[in-house]
Design a protein around this ligand. Structure first.
Ligand code: IPM
Ligand code: MN
Length: 368
């Protein structure tokens, strides 16, 4: 059976990097022997400006039927902020109930990090970001807008169900991540106690006593079901410091939507920037969507200078999710070979190759 993959190249440089991802998909499918069908949707800023529609309901219904969604980028200089983000990206995340946003922070070989004296053995953790609630839920409103007495309220929504399913998924993920042996950074005592990995909850329990309070209580409760996972808690502000100073302390982080948004941009920059950072919007029981973390980068559009590694890494996550694990690993290895031996820099315009040449290099490395 052929996999059905929806492709939304989107705006700006989105189509350029998606093209390279699809090039890699075609090659790895041949090598690993699986079939797929692509269904392309020309959504994004241009489509909105032309039609007035962001995401037609009919398209949304079709997206419910595919095996995975591959997204380039949304964001258009002529479209006011929020329209595409809320109407396309967040709408898909919410309507398809993609309640996990999984963002690996992994420094590939050969990639420069702005962190002094840190290497690939120090920067290798994963952020599990809740993806449907919190300040993103869209509840709130304004009063007396535009007057000196204006009031703006935006509420952080945290449901017991939403928090618990995210935490459970994170514990399970941590367990799977170390199925072949414990995380080497655990202490001897932790290993002796049978721990195999560490899950750190990030919140703000000292101020957000209701929201982070709920997260903290449910975290303790769910932890009891995972005696093999060591647990830790960090306030989000402290986490930002440790991510820079001691990123090697982290194995798996779990956090709410807004904090997760912020710390994963910090994560992206320590792993070499948006040219390499990828993320997965996962509905474990439904349809998931995979995207490079970088935006549409209007100023680079059409120049062929953007790094497609992030989009190719997102493809690798897609392959893993649909069950093509060997293909996912093969793509991951090829990426590491290319960053480790070929690219001069991960930054746009400084790779030493064009966007499409980098795609070709990854394709060639698939057969190494
Ligand atoms: C991300 C992005 C989105 C978010 C924006 C574009 C709505 O920053 O995927 O992290 O805030 O989730
Ligand atoms: Mn973000």
């Amino acid at each position: 059976m052929a996999y059905k993959i929806a492709v939304i190249p989107g705006d700006g440089t989105g189509p350029e990097v998606v093209r390279e991802g699809l090039k890699v998909l075609e090659a790895v499918a041949k090598l690993e022997g699986f079939e797929y069908e692509l269904i392309e949707y020309p959504l994004g800023g241009d489509y909105y400006l032309k039609t007035g529609e962001v995401l037609p309901d009919k398209v949304l219904d079709e997206l419910r039927q595919v095996d995975a969604i591959y997204l380039g980028a949304v964001g258009h200089p002529d479209v006011p902020p929020g329209i595409l983000e809320r109407g396309l990206l967040l709408r898909i995340r919410f309507e398809l109930d993609q309640y996990i946003n999984l963002r690996p922070v992994k420094l590939y070989p050969g990639v420069e990090t702005p962190l002094k004296d840190k290497g690939p053995e120090d920067i290798d953790f994963v952020v599990v970001r809740e993806n449907t609630e919190d300040l993103y839920a869209g509840t709130g409103g304004t009063l007396r807008e535009g007057t000196p007495d204006e009031v703006a309220i935006q509420t952080s929504v945290n449901t017991r169900k939403g928090v618990e399913r995210c935490l459970r998924w994170a514990f399970e993920y941590c367990r799977k991540r170390h199925a072949n042996g414990p995380w080497p950074r655990l202490s001897e005592e932790e290993k002796a106690a049978g721990k195999i990995g560490r899950l750190t909850l990030v919140g703000k329990t000292n101020v957000l006593t209701y929201a982070s309070g709920l997260w903290y209580r449910v975290f303790q409760e769910v932890a009891a079901d995972y005696p093999d996972i060591a647990t830790d808690y960090n306030h989000v502000d402290a986490c930002c410091m440790w991510m820079v100073k001691n990123p090697e302390w982290y194995d798996v982080i779990v956090t709410s939507n807004m904090f997760g948004d912020i710390i994963t941009d910090l994560g992206a920059i320590i792993q070499g920037g948006l040219g390499v950072a990828a993320g997965a919007n996962i509905n474990p029981e439904g349809v998931s969507m995979f995207e490079p973390m970088g935006g549409s980068a209007p100023k680079y559009t059409g120049k062929g200078v953007i790094n497609p590694i992030a989009a190719i890494a997102a493809l690798s996550m897609l392959l893993e999710q649909i069950g093509e694990v060997a293909a996912a690993r093969r793509v991951e290895r090829a990426i590491q070979s290319v960053t480790g031996t070929k690219l001069k820099s991960m930054a746009a315009g400084r790779m030493g190759y064009s966007t499409s040449e980098v795609g070709d290099l990854v394709v060639a490395a698939l057969s190494e």
